[in-house]
Each structure stands twice: as C-alpha cells, then as structure tokens.
Design a protein around this ligand. Structure first.
Ligand SMILES: C[S@@+](CC[C@H](N)C(=O)[O-])C[C@H]1O[C@@H](n2cnc3c(N)ncnc32)[C@H](O)[C@@H]1O
Length: 358
C-alpha cells in the first residue's frame, strides 16, 4: 500500500467527506491530468506556480481566498491541515472543489517561499502512488536507516531486563530494515529465534548480505511483507513469538491503524500471558522532526519533509494509548540520541517494554 494512504483517507473523512475514497480518486485524477508526478524535485517554486496557474483559474474565487489563508493559518495562527480542510468543507459543502482547493493551498505555500512545507504537502497529498520503496530510494529524502549502525541501546536494555527471567526469546521484528538492531538480538545467548519483517527488499537484501559476511549465532528468518497485513493474518504464519520488537517503524501509522496494531500484537502475545513482551522505540515530543514540515493534527502529528506523517507523542499520550490497548507497562523511558536521523543532531525516543494485561 502506498505510504501515507490511510492518513490521507482519515484526513478527508475527518474533514467531513462521507466518501473519502471517492474524494481521493478525484484528487488522483487531477494529479494524473496535471502531470504533477513528472515535475522535477525539489520543486522550483516559480515553475510549480506557473504549472498550476491554469487549473487555479477554475477554482471558485471564495475557495481560492480561503486556500490562500493557509500559510498564515499554519504558521501564525496555530492551525493545522486537518482543521483547514474541515473548515473548507463546512463552508462550501459539496461545492468544494477539493483538488482545486488543495492545489491553491500548495500554490499559496509556494508563493510564500515555504520550500519545506511545499515539499511536505506535495509528497503527502499529491504523490498518491508513492510507495515505501520509492520513498526510501529518493536521493533528496536521504534517510539514514539504510546505513549500518550499532544497535540502539534499547536492544541492550531489553536483553538486560529479560535475561534474568530466563525466557528463550523468539523475536518478531516489525520493520527490521537492514538489521541494525537485529544483530544485537542475533548474537545474544537468550535469543532462540528471530523473524524480521520489512516492506523494503533493498533493506532485506542488505540485512541478508550482512549476516552472510558476518554470521550470527542465530540465523535470521527474513520476510518481505506489510507487517500490519501479516499481523491481521494471525499467529499461524508468525510462529509464536514471545517478543514483538519494533524500532522507529510505528510512528507512521494513523491512530486507528496503530490501535489495530496494538490490538493484534496483544492477541499474538496473549497466550504467553505476562511472559509475552512488546518492546518498541518511537520518536517522541521534542524529537528533531517534531514540529518540522506541516502540522497535520496539532499538537503532535506532523508531515515531515519526506512527506511521511509521524506521531510525536508526549509521555502521557503514549501511556494513555498503551493503557487503552490493554498493555501493562514494564518500563517507559525517554532517551536522547545523537546522530540517528540527522547526523550530529539530537533526537528523542520513547523506549517501551510492556506485556498484555492479564
Ligand atoms: C525508519 S526505518 C527503521 C528501520 C530499522 N528498524 C532501524 O531502526 O534501522 C522504518 C522501516 O519500517 C519499514 N516499514 C514501514 N512500514 C512498514 C510496514 N507496514 N510493513 C513492513 N515494514 C514497514 C520500512 O521499510 C523501514 O525499513
């Protein structure tokens, strides 16, 4: 499924579009018709505006006026994209020209010279077909996760916490990437089995090549799949993990999807009772990318420059979510790293270990 798909659909549903899929289809048709995907990146703002001019000439004047308020709404008035779309839909009802309004908002950001927001909105709202592979492969996005690094301290923290319990760990990693954290598990005496899942074949190939070069005590099993789809399929294809682990891969999901992931992980672990563990790291409030790009839902969901939406929860917000999802928290720490997402800059991560509440 293309990146951001569910967030986009939820955004339109929240704005009051009864048939969000039809609204997305109308948007897709415009994107195709205008040849937006073919425009070179990063956008040259004056070329982009010239490209949009004819289409904007067909947007009703009052809708155009509203769309042009977007830069001030976002930057000076504490607004976000969700409320801007809701307002437009409330004001104009079925007469709202959604693609025209969205393109006019994009044009207004370009007119204000706001490159970062132009990139974020373009990738999020108009790159409708961009899947993860395309995103990870874009040179201008430049994600660092395809480079080898030391395992995150969360791995050592978990092994230290769980080893005294004497469990032989059967690890399922959601979004394993090139195995940066996995290599920590694969050589640990307490780990018996490891299954890593990722959408990116490039990442899985790099992971396989890495362990072929430097064999680990446990041989990893790697699977290319959408982990949400796999979890929906139940325990059958997943063995019976007692540790579900994920690093930096859960903050992209919409709140409904995340609640579903939590429910499915809890079901998967439930037969293990208190000896079933769910551990993850996600960026949090104060992260390097918190507040960067476009505010999607204030205060803590942002579309970053790569067009991905991320949730940057506070400690309290994440705690509430885990409680609602039926998890008992074993530890919840905030960690501060240097140089993970952007070289030489600090980042804030939640480190969590929890178990299904009995
Ligand atoms: C920021 S990277 C983190 C990778 C790795 N955990 C690390 O810390 O180096 C996010 C990873 O999650 C993967 N991913 C995102 N959504 C996914 C999904 N629905 N199913 C499987 N993998 C997914 C991406 O392909 C990417 O490898």
């Amino acid at each position: 499924m293309p990146a951001s798909f569910t967030r986009r659909r939820d955004l339109l549903a929240d704005a009051g579009f009864a048939d969000a899929d039809a609204a997305l289809a109308a948007l897709a048709a415009e994107v195709e018709g205008l040849g937006l995907r073919e425009l070179p990146r990063p956008h040259d703002l004056s070329r982009l505006r010239a490209h949009l001019a004819a289409r904007l000439g067909r947007v009703p004047a009052d809708q155009l006026r509203l769309a042009r308020l977007l830069p001030a709404w976002l930057a000076e008035r504490g607004g976000d994209l969700a409320t801007a779309l809701w307002l437009a839909r409330e004001e104009h009802g079925a007469a709202l020209d959604l693609p025209g309004f969205a393109l006019a908002a994009w044009d207004a950001l370009a007119a204000a010279g706001r490159d970062a927001e132009v990139a974020a909105l373009g990738r999020f709202l108009f790159d409708l077909h961009a899947g993860w592979e395309e995103l990870w492969g874009s040179p201008e996005v430049g994600h660092r996760f395809l480079r080898a690094r030391e395992p995150n301290p969360l791995v050592w923290r978990l092994l230290e916490e769980l080893a005294p319990r004497g469990a032989a760990l059967q690890v399922l990693e959601l979004g394993c990437g090139i195995g940066n954290d996995a290599v920590g598990f694969l050589d640990a005496p307490s780990v018996d089995r490891y299954l890593g899942v990722d959408l990116s074949q490039e990442a899985l190939d790099a992971f396989a090549a890495r362990v072929a070069r430097e064999p680990t005590r446990v041989r990893p099993e790697l699977r290319r799949a959408d982990f949400l789809g796999l979890l929906r399929g139940g325990a059958a294809g997943l063995g019976s993990p007692n540790l579900v682990y994920s690093y930096s891969s859960l903050h992209y999901f919409s709140s409904a999807e995340l609640a579903e992931i939590h429910r499915l992980v809890r079901e998967l672990l439930r037969p293990r009772g208190p000896a079933g563990y769910f551990a993850f790291g996600i960026k949090g409030q104060g992260s390097i990318w918190d507040g960067q790009g476009l505010p999607l839902y204030r205060p803590d969901v942002w579309v970053n420059g790569d067009g991905q939406s991320r949730w940057f929860p506070s400690r309290e917000a994440l705690g509430r979510q885990l409680d609602r999802a039926g998890f008992e928290v074993r530890f919840h720490e905030l960690h501060d790293h240097w140089g993970y997402s952007e070289l030489g800059k600090r980042d804030v991560f939640h480190y969590v270990l929890c178990s299904p509440r009995t």
